[in-house]
Design a protein around this ligand. Structure first.
Ligand code: KPL
Length: 297
């Protein structure tokens, strides 16, 4: 299969590596001419000290080449515009897989393009860049994908799932996205506001109390929507993840501290929007939403 990847960040290139290793053809669609000029025609990935180089074509969205399989790994706030930038290159048989934090853009894509086959996923894989297009694999996680649209079949999963790219097929991907959203609501905005590592949320009474209140509200909204989160309380789950990733800076803490736009609108913003729709008060989440809006782009 030929896959176009929109979003050549860490997850995009991690997937490029997996797709190439499993026999697919890959083309990167880069954001602008500067990025294309910066790209030498290859990227490298280091996994367990072993470096692999891949020569991969790159192009701009404005090219005419048809897009049959599209992987979108941009930040959540950029994914709708990213899709629209190549929409004229797609057809009714195009298949799209979105892999990003947050919720909203995935459902929007399905609503706005009812003939499209749309998949969404959630991953705990980790990778980071040591320099542009030089990727270091940080940890092997789990990737769950599921179909969001009426269109399509399990064929896409079967084509992608292999030893080089092990995936889990989800029949209820919305619940999976909600679980990730719930954890992100609990950890990301607070780490950005307190400018701390994930583990440092657990060390102070005020941070723990804020996290507990956020978790309680998220559980109320999820339950009103009949979404089952975890076997245990969300606070317990979020605590475990904050502890496990204790030394990490969350993606939102990094975005805020580096002056980049954040994913707050598709994380806490989405939660608050759903709460309003269901007539539920979520003051702690609303407060963190307002606070992040006031300090970020
Ligand atoms: O997904 C994350 C993120 O930073 O976006 C968590 C789970 C909080 C880990 O840092």
């Amino acid at each position: 299969m030929h896959w176009h990847i929109l979003g050549a960040g860490a997850i995009g290139l991690l997937w490029a590596d997996k797709l190439i290793r499993s026999g697919h053809q890959v083309t990167l669609i880069l954001r602008n001419q500067d990025k294309l000029d910066q790209y030498s025609g290859e990227f490298s990935i280091t996994d367990d000290g072993q470096e692999t180089r891949h020569k991969v074509d790159a192009q701009l969205a404005s090219e005419a080449e048809p897009v049959s399989n599209l992987l979108i790994t941009t930040k959540s706030f950029a994914s709708t515009a990213a899709f629209n930038s190549v929409k004229s290159r797609t057809s009714d048989s195009t298949r799209v897989l979105l892999l990003h934090n947050g919720m909203g853009p995935q459902q929007q894509l399905v609503e706005e393009n009812p003939t499209l086959e749309v998949w969404a996923g959630s991953t705990t894989d980790g990778a980071y860049f040591s320099a542009p297009f030089i990727l270091i694999r940080a940890g092997k996680g789990e990737t769950r994908i599921g179909r969001l649209s009426q269109q399509g079949s399990e064929q896409l999963f079967n084509e992608l799932n292999c030893d080089q790219n092990p995936l889990l097929l989800e029949t209820d991907i919305i619940s999976v996205l909600w679980r990730k959203l719930a954890i992100n609501c609990a950890i990301n905005p607070l780490t950005a506001l307190f400018n701390c590592r994930n583990g440092e949320l657990l060390k102070y009474d005020d941070r723990r109390a804020a996290m507990a209140q956020i978790c309680k509200e998220v559980e109320q909204v999820a339950s009103a929507l009949n979404i089952t989160l975890f076997d245990c309380k969300l606070m317990e789950q979020a605590w475990n993840i904050a502890e496990l990733t204790g030394q990490n800076h969350s993606s939102m803490q990094q975005d805020v501290s580096q002056g980049r736009p954040t994913e707050i609108e598709t994380i806490t913003g989405y939660l608050c929007q759903e709460a309003e729709r269901m007539g539920i008060n979520v003051p702690a989440n609303q407060m963190t939403l307002d606070a992040i809006r006031s300090i970020s782009l």
